[in-house]
Design a protein. Structure first.
Lengths: 316, 299
């Protein structure tokens, strides 16, 4: 009987037509090869945003080339992203790629997007990326540590900020003080939370996201869906406050804590008056509540899920 | 609030925390019993001059009920040791109510998380177990305390009683399909780690929830986990919209109902369990524990 379950290097991945992420199925993976049309629009100064309607990222025009964030979530999406950037800036190569965090749906396919770029990631994210051994996800060429790092690359100034555990591992915001713009993936997203809040770290989430309201910005680019202002950001923070309270009340209101159908019915009834108009309310509010129920039932998950930060103060 | 609150922040939850129950106790063999409130389950053992209690149940009220059940079964002997199977509050959260002066034994990874969490009522471990396979002797009780690899929670260990051919490991395999969203399961290493335990001579597997299982039921449970995993991966690969619950649920039910539809909870749970697996492939796994080399994180 061994005591570790580390896999043999490269053992799970077979050769195929495209990078496979961590899929272990033999043969073609159709979802990895699905074409994604990208749209792009200028935001401020040299900063553009690119989206296929669900995921979103930013690219910045430097003096000689492009600084891009993330890769989108499949090989074909990464290729579509690359082609969109080439169309916008035909004479400027992507020389720098910045990873927001470790997840494959955002940073899984640098091999298809910009395989020769300098890649910057927080050390916490990169440690997971290296350990994951995912096909197509390149590890960083340089990492940073701590809570904040300033960069000036090809005439573009920005700060990478790791304010604490929020979602994924080593998830960083990018702050552009001259443009008063904040980009942060899988934290603030318009509407209710995504599905069952996958890999969210709820113990530290609210004070951490709240802390970035202390920065001087007025446009926020999320990793999904549309841009918001400070009021939109605050509304999303308040949603999580309501959600966490509701999950606790479920414990004393006779809800079967194991049953997603029961939790969903209860959550829709109780929360519809205050939250019912939010994007994806009916779709995900039950799963959102269920995830928070497990948080209170079990405690946070792992070391990242149990970091405790002081509550942030009132903002604005 | 007078009850230990774990990490709850609302006082309104006190009735939930305080509620006690009459636990059902089943003898597993000489000096070893299992206790359940109908949902959660654990074990305790007569160690001669005291009792070893595994885990604490999920609330202060249930922890007191557990102490009462132990006192009824083994009268006159104090709980001198509490073994933490893992860090979760619904497993090991309320030693302050069960046996505040007992020695508390835990895996090193589990102990680290408990200390960091600082939950009200969850007492830090006093005896840290370093080796992944350690024979433990407390009083007249002997068992193997085994970390087979990353399965769920942090530092989750099995307790093996070789002479009785009994294995206890919570938050891993279940006798039904009630896995919900696989809360804090480490999807990638789970199956290989659990299947390592099958080399042990086991007739009885005691899960952390629901009924006591046979070895055959344990094997079936691991097969069910792998089957849902495989079909969920197939759903994602075949372009079932990964962000939509209903199509994912319909896909896995169609594929798995014939073989596993008899399992209690299948209709309510298989969809959300599969949804957890599809997002494993979307995101790549959660944290270091859910990578190809999970031991790189905790050593």
């Amino acid at each position: 009987l061994g005591s570790t379950n580390d896999e043999e290097e490269g053992g799970a991945v077979a050769a195929s037509e495209c990078h496979r992420g961590i899929f272990t199925l033999a043969g073609t993976i159709p979802s990895q090869m699905q074409w994604r049309d990208m749209t792009y629009q200028p935001v401020r100064g040299p900063i553009w945003t690119v989206s296929e309607g669900i995921n979103r990222s930013v690219v910045i025009e430097g003096d000689t080339g492009i600084i891009a964030f993330d890769t989108f979530g499949s090989p074909m999406a990464a290729i579509a992203y690359r082609m969109a950037v080439q169309r916008l800036f035909p004479d400027k190569p992507v020389h720098t790629l910045v990873y927001s965090h470790d997840h494959l749906d955002h940073t899984g396919y640098a091999s298809d997007f910009a395989p020769d770029a300098r890649i910057i990631a927080h050390e916490l994210a990169n440690d997971v990326i290296v350990a994951r051994q995912s096909d197509g996800q390149l590890s960083a060429t340089e990492t940073w540590t701590g809570r904040q790092q300033e960069y000036e690359i090809d005439g573009v100034r920005f700060q990478l900020m790791y304010p604490g555990p929020t979602h994924g591992t080593g998830n960083c915001a990018a702050y552009f003080p001259e443009q008063k713009l904040l980009f942060w993936v899988d934290t603030i997203i318009p509407g209710v939370g995504y599905t069952y809040l996958p890999d969210w770290h709820l113990a530290s989430y609210l004070p951490t996201v709240g802390s970035l309201l202390d920065l001087d910005w007025d446009v926020f680019v999320p990793g999904h869906f549309w841009l918001v202002d400070r009021a939109g950001y605050r509304r999303n923070v308040q949603f999580y406050e309501v959600l966490l309270d509701a999950a606790q009340r479920a414990f004393v209101e006779g809800v079967d804590l194991d049953s997603l159908p029961q939790i969903t019915a209860w959550a829709r009834e109780k929360l519809r008056p205050d939250l019912g108009t939010l994007f994806r309310f009916d779709e995900y509010i039950g799963m959102n509540v269920m995830r928070c129920i497990w948080h209170f039932l079990q405690g946070g998950w792992g070391l990242a899920g149990n970091v405790r930060l002081p509550e942030s103060g009132a903002h604005d | 609030m007078t009850e230990h609150r774990g990490i709850f922040t609302l006082d309104d939850v006190e009735p939930y925390l305080a509620e006690e129950a009459d636990l059902e106790v089943t003898e597993l063999g000489p000096r070893l019993w299992s206790a359940t409130d109908g949902t959660y389950r654990t074990i305790f053992m007569d160690a001669g001059d005291g009792v070893v209690a595994w885990d604490t149940f999920q609330t202060p009220g249930r922890a007191r009920s557990y102490a009462q059940a132990i006192a009824r079964t083994i009268p006159g002997k104090p709980i001198k040791w509490v073994v933490y199977s893992n860090d979760h509050l619904d497993r090991s959260g309320f030693a302050a109510d069960l046996a505040p002066t007992a020695a508390r034994l835990a895996d090193r990874r589990c102990a680290e998380v408990i200390t960091l969490r600082g939950a009200d009522g969850q007492l830090p471990a006093t005896c840290i177990v370093e080796d992944d396979w350690e024979r433990v002797d407390v009083g007249a009780a002997t068992f193997e305390f085994i970390f087979p690899g990353f399965t769920s929670a942090t530092g989750n260990r099995a307790s093996y009683f070789a002479d009785l051919r009994v294995l206890y490991m919570p938050d891993t395999a279940l006798p039904n399909a009630k896995y919900s969203m696989l809360p804090n399961y480490h999807v990638r290493p789970y199956s290989a780690a659990m299947r390592q335990l099958l080399v042990l001579e086991v007739d009885t597997f005691v899960p952390g929830r629901w009924g006591i299982m046979t070895r055959e039921q344990l094997v079936d449970a691991l097969d069910y986990f792998d089957a849902v995993h495989d079909v969920a991966q197939q759903a994602f690969a075949e372009n079932v919209a990964v962000w939509m619950f209903e199509p994912t649920e319909a896909f896995v039910k169609e594929k798995l109902r014939t073989r596993f539809g008899h399992l209690e909870g299948f209709e309510d749970h298989v969809g959300i369990t599969a949804f957890r697996f599809t997002h494993h492939y979307l995101t790549g796994g959660w944290g270091m524990e859910d990578t190809a080399t999970p031991s790189a994180g905790h050593g």
